[in-house]
Design a protein around this ligand. Sequence first.
Ligand code: NAD
Ligand code: GLY
Length: 362
Amino acid sequence: MILETITVGLDERSYPIFFNVNKLSMLGSLCADQKLGQRVAVVTNPTVGAWYFEPVRESLVSAGFSVHKIEVPDGEEYKNSDTLKNIYDWLIDFGLDRGSFIVALGGGVIGDMAGYAAATYLRGIPFVQVPTTLLAQVDSSVGGKTGINHEKGKNLIGAFYQPRLVMIDVAVLDTLAEREYLSGLAEMAKYGVVLDAEFFRFMYDNVEKLLARDKECLLAAVKRSCALKASVVEQDEREGGLRAVLNYGHTIGHAVETLTGYRQYLHGEAVAIGMAQAAKISESMGFSSSDDTERVLSLLSKLKLPLELPPFSPSEYIEAICHDKKVRDGGLNFVFNKNLGSFTIATVADVSQLLRICGIGE
Ligand code: NAD
Ligand code: GLY
């Protein structure tokens, strides 16, 4: 069986992403091909583990690996140094050495945390991403951002550390909760809006299939999303400039998450609101037409994503957007869509002007 593959080209840190439907059973042989070591710790949580740990374990055992399971609690609130310490404790107790590797089996929380454990344990051991949410399949499993949260903020502790392979099975999305799934579609739409007009049209024309989790359509859409992300990461692995395009919709999206205490919206939902506002702002600045804005809003609403900003005052939004000193001193770097499928990044000195375009403030 030949799996569809793309390569993230980063010289000696290059790695393959395999795409398939119902082929978790091939994970073991793919890991064996990469010569990652003999012993493996699979990091997962009870929700994902209940569905997918056994097939993953069987596949790894059949390929000759000695498999250990590390189960951490489910939830963003556990993406912290306490859980990370528990992971290190297990790795040490299992006697994992430099000839061992980690498999991250789960969504972005597991991928980020297991990846960071791999980056730091014994100064770095190989790791493999097996992303099981749509967000993790199209975004977090590719590109090597790993880390944990700190009580003072999200993802404040981390490392750029690339996986050795990514195995994406879109069939695992069948068990994902609807809101989580739709939230992943927001990140997918982002690639179309700022990087690929043809992909935007593909999503627009295939909304029903995407909503129905049609496997053939998903396979094509996830693969295109990863190819677009890979191309950005290949040019700017450490976010010196270009990679910031992946933050389209995130400036206002993050503010929405902060203001609502991370309780009201999933990340992708907040990003959808941020993208809707970014589209309006881009039009108002002359980067795109009203037709372009209409198309963005229409796609997001067909994908059942929220578009409206929750009601907070201009000063609350400004505080949430400008929380770090860098923004306050130097102006805000904002990602605009240029028509559909292209982008520009520019510094905005007056954040209240952006907010007025979105209907916040006089
Ligand atoms: P998540 O990992 O919390 O998963 C969401 C929920 O879905 C969890 O309850 C999980 O147990 C469950 N789940 C996962 N796969 C499932 C499946 N196949 N079937 C049933 N349930 C399943 O959330 P997420 O949205 O995947 O990831 C969010 C995290 O990703 C955040 O911590 C964010 O900071 C991080 N992130 C990282 C990057 C990056 O580049 N590294 C990019 C974007 C987001
Ligand atoms: N999710 C944004 C990035 O990987 O840069």
